[in-house]
Write a protein that binds this ligand. Structure first.
Ligand SMILES: Cc1cc2nc3c(=O)[nH]c(=O)nc-3n(C[C@H](O)[C@H](O)[C@H](O)COP(=O)(O)OP(=O)(O)OC[C@H]3O[C@@H](n4cnc5c(N)ncnc54)[C@H](O)[C@@H]3O)c2cc1C
Length: 554
């Protein structure tokens, strides 16, 4: 007999994240409940993992008492994970297709549950983040930042690191770091778990649970597709013929060009723009929308544009690109902005217009796995695909494409696949960071999105020249914007443009996750001369003029 039961309830009457929290807390308070989750109040569903003695009436009653209405949707036993291989010497409980962050998190979770796991990887172990994504880009960005800040005070008016030969040294150090982290965080980690096997080769789904790799056909009990994503380029006349750099190639250029055009003003485009500008490349960003950093608050995008322009990055918005050609070794990008044609010229062209899931050519549709409009794998809230034995996690299920989301999804999908525990994939209070200098970090709703959801909001914007840490560091570039619910003061969104904003955002993430108000932030101790004190000051701005406060916001 199973030691746990999974119970799903349909819950009526929830109208906001606060309701979802109340229902979750009411369910967690029932004796014998081990986990309770409401993925999103809109879905009107709660799931519980509990000891078998917990009755349906206990749970329905608890929800009722909290002020909502619940009915039973499903009750089943949670399967204990199998401890033995399913079939013969090649039997695996779980096979991951892909060997990146989602797959590794899944494999480790499965191994911890006692399952036997195979990771199938056709390229480089570790996938995008460690090899060609987060790690190499962030170490180059840091190098550019150090270079820029050390050059700046010594040479007045000079805003970039002069010797281009440094680039090769920096790339070499980046490659060394990537190799060390790949070994330490992936290859060595897999070796620690005796029940994880790495199979090098390309996986092909053959239908049902069958997978062919290097001519061998396996039939694992469950499959996790974690094949990641690849750079995507729009269809622009001449682009395919001229060729262009993608983010991976840009991280490993042999030599720095004199000039570069970047198509796309999202996170990756902006990070690369500043990185190359700081190494002395003349950079121009072409963005077809009205703003760069489109997902962010307009104040933040506008301020960042000013800072990048101060560093001689040219940023053009509302630009339509009519065609691309090559002449005399340069790229010519024919554009039109506000009815005016312009030809932009540069030595290199980088296209940073987003990524698309890797879901073609390995038998997904033949295996009964449905794909969405952008090629993403369609999954339910448990990350199960339309083939009940196949789960999917990471970039291949579409946005948001972040490594911490991929890893969370991989672990959750493995647990759901192997034990049927029924954990909901929950992206409530998901922060994200753009690693420009200053960084952009956000969590929760923007003012516009909150209003679109029919919420009545109030906002506070605090320029960083009110934050003692920024003044002491002589770097007041940036601002903090908070969005709160008008009636309750509940924090709905926090948007930070600041040096190390990525660290500051974590407090706001917890505040949103646990339903705190801006008054809670204002009433909480924040050490003096820290950047996170800016959150408290921004919270105080709802009621006070911070320019009239003394030190420590007294
Ligand atoms: C330039 C850049 C910077 C980034 N910076 C950040 C950042 O700062 N923070 C952040 O959170 N995220 C960042 N990301 C995003 C992050 O890297 C990805 O979200 C994450 O790596 C996705 O992990 P994954 O496991 O889904 O896929 P991947 O890590 O891409 O792994 C998929 C693997 O599947 C393999 N594969 C595909 N098909 C098959 C097949 N048929 N058979 C066998 N193997 C197959 C591929 O070879 C690949 O190794 C960045 C991405 C880029 C490109």
């Amino acid at each position: 007999m199973s030691e746990q039961v999974h119970i799903a309830l349909r819950v009526e009457g929830m109208t906001c994240d606060g309701c979802a929290r109340h229902v979750t807390e009411a369910l967690k308070a029932v004796p014998g409940v081990e986990q309770a989750q409401v993925g999103s109040w809109r879905a009107g569903k709660a799931t519980v993992v509990a000891k078998p003695g917990v009755t349906n009436a206990d749970l329905v009653g608890a929800v009722q008492k909290a002020g909502y209405h619940a009915v039973l949707a499903e009750r089943r036993e949670v399967e204990p994970p199998r401890k033995v291989p399913a079939a013969g010497g090649q039997g695996y409980d779980l096979m991951t297709i892909g060997g990146g962050s989602a797959a590794f998190a899944a494999a480790i979770k499965a191994a911890e549950l006692g399952a036997r796991v195979a990771i199938v990887e056709k390229g480089t172990i570790g996938g995008t983040c460690v090899n060609i994504g987060c790690v190499p880009s962030k170490t180059l960005i840091k190098a550019a930042e150090l270079c820029y800040h050390s050059a700046y005070p010594q040479f007045e008016g000079l805003t970039a690191c002069p010797p281009p030969s440094d680039w090769q040294r920096v790339v070499q150090q980046k490659d060394e770091l990537v190799a060390a982290l790949r070994q330490g965080k992936y290859v060595d980690v897999a070796a620690v778990y005796p029940n994880i096997t790495i199979i090098r080769g390309e996986a092909q789904l053959l239908g049902g649970r069958r997978v062919r790799v290097n001519g061998t056909v396996y039939e694992p009990e469950k499959i996790l597709v974690a094949t990641g994503s690849s750079p995507w380029a729009p269809s622009i006349t001449g682009l395919q013929e001229t060729g262009f750099l993608d983010s991976e190639q840009a991280l490993s250029l042999d030599a720095l060009p004199a000039s570069m055009i970047i198509i796309g003003g999202g996170s990756i485009g902006l990070e690369f723009a500043q990185l190359f500008a700081r190494f002395g490349v003349q950079v121009m960003v072409l963005e077809n929308g009205p703003h760069v950093a489109r997902a962010e608050e307009p104040e933040i995008g506008q301020a960042l544009v000013r800072y990048l322009e101060d560093e001689k990055v040219r940023i053009c918005t509302n630009v339509g690109i009519t065609r691309v050609e090559r002449r005399d070794g340069d790229y010519l990008v024919h554009t039109e902005a506000n009815g005016k044609p312009e030809v932009c010229r540069a030595e290199r062209l980088l296209v940073a217009t987003g990524r698309r899931p890797n879901t073609g050519g390995f038998g997904l549709e033949e295996a009964g796995v449905r794909l969405g409009a952008k090629g993403e794998i369609v999954v339910n809230e448990y990350l199960q695909t339309t083939n009940p034995d196949i789960y999917a996690a990471g970039d291949c299920i579409g946005d948001p494409m972040y490594v911490y989301v991929a890893a969370y999804a991989g672990g959750l999908a493995a647990e759901n696949a192997l034990s049927g525990v029924g954990r909901i994939f929950d992206l409530t209070a998901l922060p994200h960071v753009t690693f420009t200098d200053p960084q952009i970090a956000s969590v929760g709703l923007t003012e516009e999105k909150a209003k679109q959801q029919g919420l009545r909001v109030q906002t506070a914007v605090l320029p960083l020249d009110h934050v003692p840490r920024a003044l002491a560091s002589r770097n007041t570039k940036g601002l903090i914007k908070l969005v709160a619910e008008e009636d309750t003061g509940r924090l709905l969104g926090a948007h930070v443009l600041a040096a190390e904003a990525g660290e500051v955002i974590q407090e706001a993430t917890l505040a949103i996750r646990f339903g705190l108000s801006v008054q809670d932030l204002a009433d909480t101790f924040h050490p003096y001369l820290t950047m996170v004190e800016g959150l408290k000051l921004a919270a105080l701005t709802f009621k006070k003029d911070v320019s009239k406060l003394s030190c420590c916001a007294a």
